[in-house]
Design a protein around this ligand. Sequence first.
Ligand code: RP5
Ligand code: MG
Ligand code: MG
Length: 282
Amino acid sequence: GKIHVNCRGKYYPRTDSKIERVQVPDDKVDWSVPFPDYTPTSYTSPHILAAPPYADPKIGSSGFKPVWNALDGKINRSSHEGPYTILDGFPRNLHGRTGVTGRGALGRWGPNHAADPIVTRWKIINKKRVHDEKTGRPILQFVCIQRRDCGAWAIPGGMVDPGERVSVTLQREFQEEALNSLEMTPQQKKQTEQQLKFLFSGGEEVYSGYVDDPRSTDNAWIETVAYNFHENDQNGILYHLHLHSGDDAQAVTWKDICGEMNLYATHKDIIKEVAVKHQAHW
Ligand code: RP5
Ligand code: MG
Ligand code: MG
């Protein structure tokens, strides 16, 4: 993949106090290139240090014996991209230096596994597929959420819970962020799950691996598995589903897919795979 850039900004994102990242030039991102002056600050956010259930303990604390590069009980500590290095007890970011050590806002040391559902349909006006004037290709739309943490538009993805199957995470996160299932009655939730069951049983993997996310550190990063769930039928479920943002999403919309979209992290690169797969406008 491309060299990571989103985790090399001036400050670590969304902190009260300004945590400066050491500025890593492009040619020194790779660990194999010597960078003798490299002395990054360690930062792990207070809410992670408060030890919520989804977070690891501190490295070195008694009883914490992580099994790196493997399925560690219910926690997947292996990377989609192959083995990562452990240096002095700390996993090292597979994509190189970020200017900050510790976990930042991430709960796990090493890979933090997420899943991204890309739910698509064709753009229809007057019962006809709409084609782009320039490319002549039909326009795809995907369910896009606005993240509450930074305001950026993104795929409605989220973290895989320990022991959770990725297929479950994909549908759960979609329901939470794009349909506000957390505020549904158990009955409504069940009905929604039933409605989406068929669509979500027919997904295709379009990406798995590292995400260049602004929260990455030298010791913790996000990896994802992205699946496309596509509705071809203009009478199908995705043409009458009521979108309603929830949880860590503050807005939700059907977004026309095109190469000029501005999306969170590397979500645009992932969506491009979907456009190519469907021979849609990009
Ligand atoms: C991105 O962060 C992933 O691609 C996924 O969409 C998301 C997971 O983090 P949260 O939405 O749970 O913050 O890197
Ligand atoms: Mg979520
Ligand atoms: Mg999310």
